[in-house]
Design a protein around this ligand. Structure first.
Ligand code: NDP
Ligand code: 2IT
Length: 452
């Protein structure tokens, strides 16, 4: 066997750390995947020889650029923007854009790496990418957001294209921001093409894209529960976040007869023991998106709820199922143990890498139903893939057709996790299943291409 980083897991991780100094989120994401892949490729010499994991863990390219814009007071502001194109072996780069002050190259590299596996799991032809900027949309006027989006796209446009790289939304980027970016792309290139997804319905968007990530996460949870003869109906759910993914996950839990008792934002969480009903979810959507308000106001609006501030997280509230839907590393090992102690038996991640490595190990060891984001939150990018298909064919599918496709894709991902994650005693390690199934598809394509 030729000398290879793949021979020894610790040596491989040390190499990743050495080559990516200070990039803890990226190292964390690669470590979680490598722990499973090393077992799988132990007896598969072709993957070692071709250094496949080493190559997937090195982005094809990282583009970084300056984004200048002018605030409402006339001050010139300078932000940093990026697009990480991780891997396009099975299709054009595809993944969201995040605007948040915590965005760094490390965060976007971890997200683009995860996206590569997630997109492979959907069964659709999409590679992995991610972009964003350290821009804080909070407290900015709509005009400031528009100017920022236009400036961001004035650089990004040269790196993307319907068959090259197709961005979408993520934290801080929703329909409004996609509109501003698409408008600027079209203006610069004079090209009306499916270069972004999450577009408005009037200009090439797909039905159910907005709902797809949250709904998909609950469909995945449903699939996991079914494998143990259970259902969402009657289950108490703890959810973090109060943005796109959290509110739509909550909506689907409620529609299926479950009870949602928490939502959160970066300031804290609300606990509503009476249940967060559809009316209350609608209020949250309007309050957070259109009024850009805080989740703490929920407890003023609805007297049944209490607000827990200081950045408190909801994992101490007793529940049957938990859905972390806010951000990375929002659930640590201790919080994972608290969830288990309080009776939680299933976790479906709506966010990307919300559970830290300690927490992942706690859930894996407890053998609960635990779905990693790359499997359970893939519904969003899956419907983005369907938006690309509709744009290419210049047609649009009906809502019922898309709902059926989303459900089928989520159960297909569940099947893929079973194929590679089920052990001899019948237990399913969904993290392992998702990592191996995603890896294998990308790896086999890379083998076909030779050394490129
Ligand atoms: P939104 O911007 O709509 O909402 C983000 C939510 O998370 C807000 O409630 C926000 O609170 C909270 N949040 C963000 N950062 C932090 C932080 N550092 N600490 C605590 N809370 C935080 O984003 P989305 O709902 O779209 O995204 C949520 C997660 O889901 C992300 O991990 C994203 O990558 C992932 N995801 C999103 C998909 C999509 O289609 N949108 C697809 C797949 C995954 P606050 O308002 O205080 O900032
Ligand atoms: O993390 C994700 O999968 C997303 N933010 C959605 C990406 C997409 O291209 O729809």
């Amino acid at each position: 066997m030729p000398a290879s980083d793949h021979v020894d897991l610790n040596g491989f991780i040390e190499g990743v750390k050495r080559r990516n100094p200070g990039q803890s989120e990226f190292v964390q994401a690669v470590t979680e995947v490598a722990e499973d892949i090393f077992d799988f490729i132990g007896d598969k010499v072709q993957y070692h020889e071709a250094q496949i994991l080493r190559r997937i863990a090195e982005p094809d390219r990282v583009v970084s650029f300056r984004v200048c814009w002018q605030d409402d007071n006339g001050n010139i502001r300078v932000q940093r923007g990026w697009r990480v194109q991780n891997n396009n072996s099975i299709g054009p780069y595809k993944g969201g854009i995040r605007f948040h002050p915590s965005v760094t190259e490390s965060v976007l590299k971890f997200l683009a790496f995860e996206q590569t596996f997630k997109n492979a799991l959907t069964g659709l032809p999409m590679g992995g990418g991610k972009g964003g900027a350290n821009f804080n949309p909070k407290g900015k006027s709509v005009n400031e957001i528009m100017r920022f989006c236009q400036s961001f796209m004035t650089e990004l446009y040269r790196h993307i294209g319907a068959d090259i790289d197709v961005p979408a939304g993520d934290i801080g980027v929703g329909g409004r921001e996609i509109g501003f970016m698409f408008g600027q792309y079209k203006r610069i290139t004079n090209n009306f093409t499916g270069v972004l997804t999450g577009k408005g319905l009037e200009w090439g968007g797909s039905l159910i894209r907005t709902e797809a990530t949250g709904y998909g996460a609950v469909y995945f949870l449903q699939n996991m529960l079914k494998s143990r003869g259970q259902d969402v109906a009657g289950k108490v759910a703890v959810i973090s976040g109060s943005g796109n993914v959290a509110t739509h996950a909550a909506e689907k839990i409620v529609a299926l007869g479950g009870k949602v008792v928490t939502l959160s934002d970066s300031e804290g969480f609300v606990h509503d023991p009476d249940g967060i009903t559809q009316d209350k979810i609608d209020w949250v959507k309007t309050h957070k998106t259109h009024r850009r308000g805080r989740i703490s106001d929920y407890a003023t609006e609805f007297k049944s709820a209490t607000f827990h501030g200081g950045g408190a997280r909801p994992w101490g509230v007793p529940c049957d199922v938990a859905l972390p839907c806010a951000t990375q590393n929002e659930l640590n090992g201790e919080e994972a143990r608290t969830l288990l102690k309080n009776g939680c038996t299933a976790v479906a991640e709506g966010a990307n890498m919300p559970t830290d490595l300690d927490g992942v190990h706690v859930f894996k060891a407890a053998r609960i139903l635990y779905a990693p984001g790359k499997a359970s939150n893939a519904g969003g990018v899956a419907v983005s893939g369907l938006e690309m298909s509709q744009n290419s064919a210049r047609m649009s599918w009906k809502e019922e057709e898309l709902q059926t496709m989303l459900k089928d894709i989520m159960s297909g991902i569940h099947d893929r996790c079973l194929e590679y994650g089920r052990s001899a005693d019948g237990h399913v390690d969904y993290v392992k299943g998702a990592n191996i199934a995603g890896f294998k598809k990308v790896a086999d394509a890379m083998l076909a291409f030779g050394v490129v």
